[in-house]
Write a protein that binds this ligand. Sequence first.
Ligand SMILES: [Zn+2]
Length: 133
Amino acid sequence: MNRPLPVIGRDNAYYWEGVAKGDVLIQKCTACGSLRHPPSPMCPECQSLDWTTAKATGRAVLHSYTICHHPLPPWEEGPYAVILIDLEVEDSDARPRIVCGARGIANEDLRIGMPMSLVFEDGLVFAGPEVSP
Ligand SMILES: [Zn+2]
């Protein structure tokens, strides 16, 4: 069984189009400038429906993680990590969070607060050890 593909709709198409090009795009309200993720049609700060996107730089910090032991989906070798990372975004001090998987780092080497870099694989976003620019 293959990994299920993300469900893509009107509100999140920009995100997956960015990922396909190797970018993580975060919604940015054009009325108040706040960033928001996951995708939504309305700004939770000012209720504006107008938005654009801001690009993540590729740098992130590990906010938290969990190690999944059971049950394993058929496309994962386990135990595997599900991680929560704070993204650095161009021209912003905000650090929106995304949930993703880890690549290139052993589960026992994960440390909350460690710097990480985004990894794009099979049309999905992961995070791995920090890569120097
Ligand atoms: Zn707003």
